[in-house]
Design a protein around this ligand. Structure first.
Ligand code: IMP
Length: 175
């Protein structure tokens, strides 16, 4: 079946998302009190999460983006990670917070972390809206996680399937 016709089952409501994002922003504001962290959003999926998250912070911050292509098409990992947009701001000496929509195998984040760490940041932390454990192959520490999900392919609130469904305000399981 074409994925455009697959059924969507709502798994996380927009209310739960916003409540959790507010909690995460509070935790980040406490953890980075007195600092001005550099949030690096992983395009495209983290755009919605990052935008909501930083607007709830009570500390100053800066924002940049990185883009990694890890999935060619469909719902399974290709296993290959390629950076298609680098960070523009200076990372050296900064407290970096990498913001991901979802961590699945961990391959994307592992590759991004290696590249960011080479630039000499003061610290690097990972903040992911969804920590999906089912297919984890890499040892990745998610420091700030919104929701832990065991399995399934999720769409909505930035998460896509072949660029579809990103704009949905709630999160759905596909199929
Ligand atoms: P990883 O490299 O396997 O950890 O995959 C990370 C990337 O794969 C995420 O940034 C998403 O773009 C994509 N991805 C993994 N699982 C899902 C999902 O359930 N829905 C949508 N995208 C996903």
């Amino acid at each position: 079946m074409d994925e455009a016709q697959q059924a969507l089952t709502r798994v996380i409501s927009r209310e739960r998302i916003h409540e959790r994002v507010r909690d995460m922003a509070r935790d980040l504001s406490t953890a980075f009190s007195g600092k001005e962290p550099l949030f690096i959003g992983v395009l495209n999926g983290a755009v919605f999460f990052l935008a909501d998250l930083v607007r709830e912070l009570t500390i100053p911050c800066r924002i940049d983006f990185i883009k990694a292509a890890s999935y060619g098409t469909g719902t399974t990992s290709s296993g290959k990670v390629r950076l298609t947009k680098e960070v523009d701001l200076e990372i050296g000496g900064e407290d970096v917070i990498l913001v991901e929509d979802i961590v699945d195998t961990g391959l994307t984040l592992k590759s991004i972390l290696e590249q960011v760490e080479q630039k000499g940041p003061a610290s690097v932390h990972v903040c992911a809206l969804i920590d999906k454990r089912e297919c984890r192959t890499e040892e990745i520490r998610v420091d700030f996680s919104g929701f832990e999900v065991e399995r399934g392919f999720l769409v909505g609130y930035g998460l896509d399937c072949n660029e579809r469904h990103r704009n949905l305000p709630d999160i759905y399981a596909l199929g």
